[in-house]
Design a protein around this ligand. Structure first.
Ligand SMILES: [Zn+2]
Length: 452
């Protein structure tokens, strides 16, 4: 039985899709104003585990991940660069898919872009205007929070009395509003150069929140099964999406289950541009295989905060070297029950990794069936995307070590040992160690490996 923690109910609940055999899943994708950072991809990996698990369980998964390609930063940056929005964002959208593939994330079935769904947004805003959940003021259109008594039920923020909890986004809205909490659905362009669309509701551009409500509606319907994203999206973004969709469709909810993954910090500090510890996925991929990043993320439960450290990546790299070696390209179909059970329990990936370690030990002791089960479990989780030989040679290449040179040094060392010149054989071993090469002597000869 699959159980997820639902932010809406605040409880861990059994999961039952609305339509038998099918799961409709919306996940708030990135804003493509620059390269993706590890925080973005923590969410993407968490969503990928959800979809892989559901597919394994036999569900047909309809997974939608939007791309936000119009907002203040994109407008400012594209204008600075003298490019259209499409030309400016194209590079970051291409990069998004490269990063996605490198991390072993399966591509969602549908990837709607905000700029391609303006008519749906306009029609949703019209519904909200007709029912008095929205109002026009000073050329823009706002959502009327006072019209939705359930506002706050997702984030559990108590709004009684004053404007406590008003976010930065709300504070920086410089337009006329009935209530400081009300948020913009449609913004009048500040000047002639700002991108805007002509619509029956006036010339303007959409607010961020209405984009997701409209794209989810278009591709998944008025209500669907799972809505996910990072915990920083609970308020105001998801609270506002829920309010818009519930009011537009006269429903009490937008999605049945709301899943949120925890924060990510870097070496003990909050990641931010000003702190100088803003880490993009491409920077990390220059030094590490994507699977190392993936494992480093899965070691922490998706709801817990992650502290991203170099040490954790080094450990993940070692673990994967070992897993590739033990699995040795075994072709298995059936993952381990213990791994599935851990995932069924609100995607308990730390527990799953513990199970993988014991399965690894059984597999290493030689039973072919265990090795197959081990390999099948790893593939289910998006690992073993390469052959064991590819993995090893990539590591050698990355180290800059020339295998022929190493083999030469090892045969010199073997010769030195044969003539009992231990001073020379120790010297060669130290030379290899300085190159990052670890050697292992056995009765069959000497083998070597790159240490990280
Ligand atoms: Zn969203």
């Amino acid at each position: 039985m699959l159980r997820f923690r639902n932010t809406l109910s605040g409880k861990v609940e059994e999961f039952h899709p609305m339509n038998e055999g099918e799961v409709r899943f919306y996940y708030c994708g990135p804003t493509v104003w620059e390269y993706g950072h590890i925080g973005n991809f923590r969410s993407a990996v968490a969503a990928d585990i959800v979809r892989r698990y559901l597919k394994f369980k036999g569900y047909k998964v309809l997974h939608v991940m939007n791309i936000t390609d119009v907002e203040d930063r994109i407008i400012a940056k594209s204008q600075q660069a003298g490019l259209s929005i499409d030309d400016y964002t194209a590079k970051y959208i291409d990069a998004l898919w490269e990063d996605f593939d490198a991390l072993g994330c399966e591509r969602p079935e549908i990837v709607p872009r905000a700029t391609r769904h303006i008519p749906e947004m306009v029609s949703l805003i019209e519904k909200l205007l007709e029912t008095n959940h929205a109002y026009a003021s000073d050329g823009s259109i706002y959502y009327r929070i006072a019209s939705f008594p359930d506002y706050g039920k997702l984030s559990k923020i108590n709004f009684a009395g004053n404007i406590a909890g008003a976010s930065e986004r709300i504070d920086t809205d410089k337009y006329e509003k009935e209530d400081a909490r009300d948020f913009a659905l449609w913004k009048e362009p500040a000047n002639e150069n700002e991108p805007a669309w002509d619509a029956p509701i006036g010339r303007g551009r959409p607010g961020w929140h209405i984009e997701c409500s409209a794209m989810a509606w278009k591709h998944l319907g008025e209500q669907f099964d799972i809505h996910g994203g990072g915990i920083d999206l609970v308020f105001p973004h998801h609270e506002n999406e829920l309010a818009q969709s519930a009011c537009a469709f006269h429903a009490d909810r937008m999605a049945n289950v709301w899943m949120h993954n925890g924060f990510l910090q870097v070496e003990g500090d909050k990641m931010s541009k000003s702190e100088g510890n803003f880490v993009t996925i491409r920077e990390l991929l220059a030094d590490w295989p994507g699977e190392v990043l993936r494992l480093s993320m899965l070691k922490t439960h998706y709801r817990s905060p992650i502290d991203w450290t170099l040490k954790a990546m080094e450990e993940s790299a070692k673990t994967l070297d070992d897993w590739y070696w033990v699995a040795a390209d075994a072709k298995g179909e059936t993952p381990s029950d213990a791994v599935i059970e851990a995932l069924s329990d609100d995607l308990n990936t730390p527990q799953m990794i513990t199970s993988l370690h014991s399965l690894r030990n059984r597999a290493a002791s030689g039973a072919e069936q265990d090795r197959k089960e081990f390999a099948a479990s790893l593939r289910l989780l998006g690992f073993l995307s390469e052959s064991a030989a590819e993995w090893k040679s990539r590591k050698q290449q990355a180290s800059g070590v020339d295998p022929k040179q190493i083999d030469g040094l090892i045969s010199d060392r073997t010769a030195a040992r044969a003539r009992k010149d231990f001073k020379e054989s120790d010297r060669i071993r130290d030379e290899l160690a300085a190159m990052g090469v670890v050697i292992k002597d056995s009765k069959d000869g000497t083998t070597w490996e790159i240490a990280r």
